[in-house]
Design a protein around this ligand. Structure first.
Ligand SMILES: *Cc1c(COP(=O)(O)O)cnc(C)c1O
Length: 395
């Protein structure tokens, strides 16, 4: 039996998509080449007419190491195909631009990653795309916004940084009824905990900078879906507009996939412990973590996510000064704006990742000055709990 024929998810994370060279290397090879040579002029001509499975032309179009990464991700997501990009944003931008034309209508949730919000609010309207933003947790808003004539629906669940949960089955159903395409940015929920395709998404996008690399080394992204979309709509757009990933970065991602599930499970278990610890502290007003009983959509979260993810958000009493005292008192958590790193991270969204928004926009999303986002890393949970409690005492 070929390793690709085994059905276990973790088995696929280690073996799917592997292409071995004549040397039989164990670890996947890095094909650090931008071009490929042909045996004859005739071969070059025929490859430009029809490029076969194991044939390549130019690294902006495809590369053997990148192809291994794409095939492994597609196998894990349970979809036909994928196309890797230089960053998560290249994946989001490429997908929306490949799909939408002037006069088309896009419905999107408002609680998006800052750069995604920039694309839907500031870029797409410049090219004549009509965009309607909705509150993702409000079923009625989705219902009235997704009307006939809608071309695509874009959302992120769980959202960043307030960890709102959107009912994917409901939105997928509305999207299907009007013949639109549902695009889900699944970066925060992770491919380990949320099988977005099974919940009705047509296209799933990852910033692989996050859990796939998981060790804070490099940028990457991927778009996953049916072959028809990936090869006929996305690939022609992205290969000519230059969103390709470096073969070296694709190799990092490929190796990251081997351990992604182990890391995510450990980090999610730690995140839950940190959330429970923070929730019982007198200096904390509120904790947001999808699988905590106090989360407003806990039932939905446990229904569509196997675990609550690796990120939690808390609000300390006393606004910005208290939040800064808490952040500065931490010693193990690093002050940074990424998440899903092996090293635990603390972020103050209002003054960093979401600084660009107006106060009204921030409050609309629930990002008050006391809000702090925490990404649980791979350190010993006991050490992280000590650091967290000490810093909360210092608030
Ligand atoms: C980080 C992130 C992105 C952007 O990914 P990059 O790899 O930084 O370009 C997009 N969406 C979400 C939800 C993210 O967390």
């Amino acid at each position: 039996m070929n390793p690709d024929e085994y059905s276990g998810w973790q088995t696929k994370a280690v073996h799917a998509g592997t292409r071995r060279s004549q040397y039989g290397e164990m670890s996947e090879a890095i094909f650090m080449t931008q071009g490929f040579s042909y045996e004859s002029a005739e071969q070059a001509e025929s490859r430009f007419i029809e490029c076969g499975e194991d044939e390549f032309i130019y690294a902006r179009y495809g590369n053997p190491t990148v192809r291994m990464f794409e095939e492994r991700m597609a196998a894990l997501e349970g979809v036909e195909d994928g196309f890797a990009t230089g960053s998560g944003m290249a994946a989001v931008h490429g997908t929306l631009c490949a799909l939408l034309s002037s006069g088309d209508r896009l419905v999107s949730s408002r609680a998006l990653f800052g750069s995604c919000l920039f694309i839907v609010e500031s870029v797409l309207p410049r090219f004549g795309v009509e965009v309607e933003l909705v509150d993702g947790t409000d079923a009625a808003q989705w219902q009235s916004a997704i009307r006939p004539g809608t071309k695509a629906v874009f959302l992120e669940t769980v959202s960043n940084p307030m960890l709102e949960v959107i009912d994917l089955r409901h939105v997928a159903d509305l999207t299907r009824r009007v013949g639109a395409t549902l695009i889900v940015d699944n970066a925060l929920a992770t491919p380990v905990f949320q099988r977005t395709g099974d919940l009705g998404a047509d296209i799933v996008i990852y910033s692989t900078t996050k859990h796939v690399d998981g060790q804070g080394r490099c940028l990457g992204g991927i778009v996953l879906g049916e072959q028809e979309f990936i090869r006929r709509i996305f690939e022609p757009f992205v290969k000519h507009t230059g969103g390709a990933i470096s073969p070296f970065n694709a190799w990092i991602m490929l190796k990251g996939l081997e351990t992604m599930s182990l890391r995510c499970h450990r980090q999610a278990d730690t995140a839950l412990q940190l959330a429970e610890c923070a929730e019982s502290h007198a200096n904390v007003a509120k904790v947001r973590y999808p699988h905590l009983p106090s989360h407003p959509q806990q039932r939905l979260a446990t229904g569509q996510m196997q675990k609550g993810g690796t990120v939690l958000t808390l609000e300390v009493n006393g606004g910005r000064d208290a939040a800064f005292r808490f952040i500065n008192a931490l010693s193990l958590f690093q002050i940074s704006n990424n998440f899903a790193d092996a090293k635990s991270i603390v972020t103050h969204p209002a003054t960093t990742t979401h600084q660009r928004l107006t106060v009204e926009q921030r409050l609309h999303l629930g990002i008050t000055d006391g809000v702090v986002r925490i990404s649980a890393g791979l350190e010993d949970p006991a050490d992280l709990l000590v650091d967290l409690s000490r810093a909360l005492d210092a608030v």
